[in-house]
Write a protein that binds this ligand. Structure first.
Ligand code: MSP
Length: 468
């Protein structure tokens, strides 16, 4: 059986889960379920990023010891994904001793490879991003992603990693189509331009941040949170039972603001530690809320639970993928979600299924083998999730609604062959749609399958009740 290892970023726990995190997690879930449905052996990893200044400061504000704070917030992420029926196989926490051990081992390898030196770091640091800001990161001398007070000037002695040593090799990998790992294509050129415009070595330890893993060769410094976090993808395969063979990862899914870390720093670290490189990274864009950035201060943050309360678990997942920002930012909002839910799920899909189930009640069905549509498969592999699920509607749902409305089989006698033929065609289409929907809405897909298996049975509930 082929192995398939997929990851999401591990989320910071200074905040509770919102639909930005949900976006990547649901996308990963769909891809994981797709590969399982194809008979592959899947390892789907997600988790929380718990070290660093940002988390320590948040815990302090809450008046809690940092670990106590982490133990309180991390389970909220795990619970959020369970509530959304996300099929992750392991939930990693960077405060897990087993992860910390692997971080120490990898750093030691990098050190032994002579890729580390001590130097003074001076410059701006954004606590929001947990990152050292370079000239190109700054907009009006500020971090464009976080409030100005999050940017602080730092001057300290740190351990540096010889990132520059690996740049020629990384450029070669990206430029060679066989070994290129950056998707979608637009991100590849973005990274190449940045790589060719001059790169500096990166600091990988912190002198004044206690909340972290101590640097193996220098107990006075802690490992920079990003270095610790990236290693989670590898460490999980080393300490979770039976997962060693899953490395290298098949797919790291991430948002656009962390592209550099995942496509340059992570690769360079692995090259230095002589560990195989991940096969693919896919970087998506952002959700915007009614045209604005989602932020606490604007008060426009949407939580996954808010969506579940309105649209149910599978309705929520559908709405998330139908607005998935594959390449460009995608504007979302509760009203838009409501319209989409009612139009696609309550009307087009829900009504079609209940109408056909009622009209064809008792009609025998043939159990034909269904396989994934090749166009659908390509769209899923390219993470064009909105289009992939739009395709199901175009191909099988809208066409069936049209057919029903044009041929009005309800005006014909139950035994009329014409009526039976039209309903048969609709049943086949619905079953194909349900087969493809299993990777997004498994429960609804199952209900549909049961309703049309062997003999059509009436549906005694509304799949997606209309909402106001
Ligand atoms: N802890 C780091 C990641 C370390 S991975 C080794 C981090 N965490 S985060 O909590 O800030 O999560 C960032 C990720 O959440 C993004 O890369 C993206 O996957 C998701 N999103 C956060 N906000 C988002 C939107 N507004 N829209 C879509 N996804 C976004 O960075």
């Amino acid at each position: 059986m082929k192995n398939f290892f997929i990851t999401t970023p591990i989320y910071y726990i200074n905040d509770i889960p919102h639909i930005g995190h949900t976006c990547t997690t649901v996308a990963a879930d769909v891809v994981a379920r797709f590969h399982r449905a194809k008979g592959e052996n899947v390892f789907f990893l997600t988790g929380t990023d718990e070290h660093g200044q940002k988390v320590a400061e948040t815990a302090l504000k809450e008046g809690l010891e940092v670990k106590v704070y982490c133990d309180k917030i991390s389970p909220r992420f795990e619970a959020a994904w369970k509530n959304l029926d996300i099929s992750f196989d392991f939930f990693i926490r960077t405060t897990d001793e087993r992860h910390k051990k692997v971080v120490g081992e990898i750093l030691q390898k990098i050190y032994n490879n002579n890729d580390v030196y001590k130097a003074k770091y001076e410059g701006l640091y954004c606590v929001g991003c947990e990152k050292f800001l370079t000239e190109t990161d700054l907009v009006d001398n500020k971090c464009p992603l976080h409030p100005p007070e999050k940017t602080v000037f730092k001057s300290e002695e740190n351990w540096f990693f010889k990132l520059t040593k690996y740049i020629p090799e990384i450029i070669k990998l990206i430029e060679n189509n066989e070994s290129n790992y950056i998707f979608p294509e637009g991100k590849r050129s973005e990274i190449l331009t940045k790589l060719k415009s001059g790169v500096k070595d990166v600091s990988i330890s912190r002198e004044n941040v206690e909340w972290g893993i101590s640097t193996p060769w220098d107990a006075k410094q802690t490992v920079y949170v990003w270095i610790d976090a990236l290693i989670n993808y590898f460490s999980a395969t080393q300490f979770v039972d039976g997962k060693k063979d899953f490395w290298p990862a098949d797919l790291h899914l991430l948002g656009k603001e962390i592209l550099w870390f995942h496509t340059v720093i992570w690769q360079a670290m692995l090259l230095s530690a002589k560990i195989e490189l991940p096969k693919k990274t896919y970087t998506h864009s952002f959700y915007m809320i009614d045209g604005q950035k989602m932020s606490k201060s604007l008060g426009n943050v949407i939580s996954p639970q808010q969506l579940i309360d309105l649209f149910g678990v599978e309705g929520t997942k559908y709405l998330i993928v139908r607005s998935f920002p594959s390449k460009n930012d995608s504007d979302v909002g509760i009203n838009r979600f409501k319209e989409k839910y009612n139009a696609d799920l309550a009307n087009n899909l829900g009504n079609l299924v209940s109408r056909v189930a009622k009209l064809a009640e008792g009609q025998k069905t043939i159990d034909e083998e269904i396989t994934f549509d090749i166009e659908f498969e390509n769209l899923i592999n390219n993470l064009d999730l909105d289009e992939a699920f739009g395709l199901i509607f175009n191909k099988w749902i809208d066409t069936s609604n049209l057919k029903l409305n044009q041929t009005t089989p309800w005006k014909l006698e139950k035994e009329n062959p014409e009526r039976i033929a039209v309903l048969d065609e609709c049943i086949k289409n619905i079953r194909k749609a349900a087969f493809h929907l299993q990777i997004l809405c498994p429960k609804v897909a199952k209900k549909i399958e049961n309703c049309f298996k062997n003999e059509v049975k009436p549906l005694n509930e509304s799949l997606f009740p209309r909402i106001k």
